[in-house]
Design a protein around this ligand. Structure first.
Ligand code: FMN
Length: 184
């Protein structure tokens, strides 16, 4: 199975990258193929809302940048992992730009050409606040909506949720992340 992970935060060795790597370690441990993009390092511009991708002769997004690599990887992905630190009760801006650019793909659930139908979505998230205050319920609602709209299956979230405790001091969180990856 192919797992495509998009890391949206700016810290290459931060909490979110650490948690995501554990999930990917778990996925690899049972033989899945993984690919990870650190989107903050890539040249991915925000969607311009030009609707060029929806014109009858369109061949995808009119913006030619590194998003092309992600469009290609998505084609063969069985599982899509979006990973982000919580930023103001939402995903971080670089990842939000990527999600907005999904608009250039055929995305409606039920249509034969849907680029997302049959894929499964997992969200990896870290936050500064404990679970009850970090705002995850709002983001989860958005992600579930995205799944039902595009025909993806919602797998849920892998999170820290213990506020200020460094991830290195949360062995249970790290092993839960590994197990979530192995269960994909
Ligand atoms: C701009 C910004 C906004 C943030 N907003 C939230 C938030 O809404 N809720 C929360 O619990 N933590 C918030 N945080 C804390 C981060 O989500 C948290 O420190 C995270 O683990 C950082 O991940 P990283 O090490 O991968 O960058 C915010 C941090 C920054 C820099």
């Amino acid at each position: 199975m192919n797992v495509c992970a998009l890391l949206g935060g700016p810290h290459k060795k931060g909490n979110t990258a650490t948690l995501l790597e554990k999930v990917l370690d778990g996925a690899r441990s049972v033989g899945h193929t993984t690919v990870r993009f650190t989107v903050d390092e890539m040249d991915i511009r925000p969607c311009k809302g030009c609707m060029g991708c929806k014109s009858p002769k369109a061949k995808g997004c009119v913006q030619k940048d590194d998003m092309g690599q992600i469009y290609e990887a998505l084609q063969s992905a069985d599982v899509l992992i979006l990973a982000s630190p919580m930023y103001w009760f939402n995903m971080a801006a670089p990842l939000k730009s990527v999600v907005d650019r999904f608009f250039a793909l055929p995305f409606n659930a039920g249509i034969e050409s849907s680029a997302f139908a049959g894929k499964r979505l997992l969200f990896v998230m870290t936050s500064g606040q404990p679970a009850e205050h970090d705002g995850r319920e709002g983001l989860e609602l958005i992600l579930k909506k995205m799944c039902s709209f595009t025909g993806m299956t919602w797998l849920g979230m892998v999170t820290t949720g213990t506020g200020q405790t460094p991830l290195s001091e949360q062995p249970e969180t790290l092993s839960a992340a590994f197990n979530a990856g192995a269960a994909l």
